[in-house]
Design a binder for this molecule. Sequence first.
Ligand code: AMP
Length: 210
Amino acid sequence: MNLIFLGPPGAGKGTHAQRLMNELGIPQISTGDALRQAVKNGTELGKAAKAYMEAGDLVPDELVIGIVEERLKADDCRKGYILDGFPRTVKQAEALSGFADIDVALNLSLADEVIIKRLSGRRVCLKCGGTYHVSTLNGREDCANCGEKLVQRKDDSPETIQNRLNVYAVQTAPLIDYYQQKGLLKTVECQPEATVEENYQRVREALGIA
Ligand code: AMP
């Protein structure tokens, strides 16, 4: 199954994509993770992307499209993949249609006020991609999965979060219509009071996983 995870920052794309990756044995491909790694390694791509990312703006299309096109050629993508955070513009979606056959675009929706709370308390593992919220960490500072020290992403600061939500509304939300018109869209209304597991079940149901 070739999947796209759509939805605003903080809706749970990464969390559910990771679970699905483990369950279906197909890779989660996160352009955000790839870009953060490039910034950390100080590559040309990382240097070009850094300022956009820190401001909560989108990195130019031509920088991200190539990352995904290359990644999808790898052997582990033959049985399927989950694109997490790509495409984010109509131009990216059009480019994607030239090198990938998408089965489902899954749109995770969540109210802005919940997103702001989630992102401002988010802690992440830059090594394995694990994501946590301070309210559930009980003071713990390392990743339960790999032991790496957790960090707060620079773009999870309050001003940047607001900009990311604006960027999402203007540049990425049009993809909901785009994939609806192609007959590929499924939407999951994530419930803020529900557990991750309960919301994940909704994701599975929407994808028709028994
Ligand atoms: P994420 O981890 O998906 O929230 O992405 C973090 C940041 O990386 C975004 O705010 C953008 O600056 C950049 N980014 C990730 N994916 C894309 C994309 N598909 N197009 C443009 N910029 C992206």
